[in-house]
Design a protein around this ligand. Structure first.
Ligand SMILES: *[C@@H]1O[C@H](CO)[C@@H](O)[C@H](O)[C@H]1NC(C)=O
Ligand SMILES: [Zn+2]
Length: 406
């Protein structure tokens, strides 16, 4: 393509331009050569406790991330992720193309202070272990080293390349979700770097809601005047049984009652009882459907003179199945096939920040999840990442950006 536009006088420039356009094999080789550096970065990130809310660790790693982004040539801004602890870190690279990319992932973990000391980063065979090694520090390192590869290639074919590292995903992203949605709106493509459990990219994630059920009755002594009481616990039990079928298998919606509380003393008829349910869904209309069904169902009461109330607290929304994400997964698959690898698009039952980036009312951005490192045992003592997945997935990010920016 370059050569066709060349005049004789420009031939030298054009030949140079063409020479730096690497093949897929070359991109993959560069990614393979980057692997030891990736592992060094990962080790340094994993070696600091950054459980959500751990101020010192989040501050230390946050400062490290700012430094690294600046070294890569980004303009970096930070802002406190109030009400969460730690900063949202935004790095911006300006290029000369006309497509905008947002790469994002969280740098908090679920592990409290002292975890690193107990089980530090270690490599055993083909796996690396440590708190957050896959979720999501493996993803943080993936972004940093994909940027490094693009920098080495002197690639500037995007218009804007934005990086967001947030400090509070594991507790619901209260201090970053608004920023995620705002940034997402300004970009054509959003890649999120949670870890997949196999070599896959994710086109759909679940949303999460919480249902809270409260029953008010009337207290009375269970020995001397039980008939004067109105048993909130019995009414709650009745409600739970009739509210246990709110899910919808075909739509992938589950509603499971997971917490309950009632009574204070064995000899008092309980005046108050409450329960909570965990709802997962991927169909956007299900929040309203479940709420309406539940409000209709609770009208059928068992214990007279008790008051039943139900509220739905909306949590992380889903990355609903959509054409733009499916299209992105298709591109990822094609690029993977260039290096003789298979890639499956999957839907996952977790909720992630990709849900905040996906904007159902807009044709922008196209969102793809789990571009991070392959790993398993997330949130547990045996969490690990697969070292063999580093190079192919570094290649994937680099190749995706180069392809989609064209
Ligand atoms: C959880 O909810 C789903 C659907 O709402 C239901 O099919 C499943 O049986 C529930 N699980 C348990 C253990 O009750
Ligand atoms: Zn995560």
């Amino acid at each position: 393509m370059h050569l066709r536009l060349c005049t004789l006088a420009l031939a030298l420039t054009c030949a140079t331009a063409q020479a730096v356009e690497p093949t897929h094999q070359e991109l993959y080789s560069q990614a393979q050569a980057e692997q030891p550096h990736y592992l060094e970065t990962l080790k340094s990130l994993v070696s600091v406790d950054t459980g959500t809310g751990t101020e010192a660790g989040l501050k230390q790693v946050g400062a490290e991330l700012v430094k690294r982004l600046e070294a890569l040539g980004a303009k970096v801004t930070t802002q406190p992720a109030t009400p969460s602890v730690g900063d949202n870190i935004v790095g911006t690279f300006k290029g000369n193309g006309d497509k905008d990319f947002l790469l994002m992932v969280h740098y908090d973990t679920v592990f409290g202070p002292g975890t690193v000391a107990k089980r530090p980063f270690r490599i055993e065979g083909e796996r690396a272990y440590g708190p957050g090694v896959a979720d999501a520090k493996g993803g943080v390192a993936m972004i940093l080293h994909a940027l490094k590869l693009l920098q080495d290639q002197q690639y500037k074919g995007y218009r804007t390349l934005t990086v967001l590292f947030n400090p509070d995903e594991e507790m619901g992203s209260a201090g970053s979700r608004q920023l995620i949605a705002e940034l997402a709106r300004q970009h054509d493509f959003v890649f999120s770097y949670e870890p997949p459990d196999k070599d896959a990219v994710t086109v759909a994630t679940n949303g999460i809601n919480r249902l809270k059920l409260t029953v008010n009755g009337r207290a009375s002594h269970a020995g001397s005047a039980p008939e004067a009481g109105r048993n909130a616990l019995i009414e709650l039990a009745h409600q739970l049984l009739q509210l246990n079928a709110l899910g919808d298998k075909d739509k992938g919606t589950t509603v499971n009652w997971t917490l309950a509380k009632a009574g204070e003393k064995a000899n008092i008829i309980p005046a108050l009882a409450s329960a909570e349910a965990d709802m997962r869904y991927s169909d956007l209309s299900e929040t309203e459907r479940v709420q309406e069904d539940a409000l209709r169902i609770i009208k059928k009461q068992l214990v007279a003179d008790t008051q039943v109330e139900l509220v739905m607290e909306k949590g992380r929304p889903p990355l609903a199945k959509n054409d733009a994400s499916t299209q992105l997964a298709q591109t990822a698959r094609q690029l993977y096939s260039k290096i003789d690898r298979q890639l499956q698009p999957i839907a996952m039952r977790f909720g992630t920040d990709a849900g905040y980036a996906y904007l159902p009312d807009s044709d922008k951005p196209a969102v793809l999840e789990t571009l991070g490192v392959v790993g398993a045992g997330l949130h547990g003592d045996d969490e690990y990442m697969e070292i063999a997945s580093v190079a192919p997935r570094l290649y994937l990010t680099v190749a995706m950006i180069r392809q989609l920016a064209q």
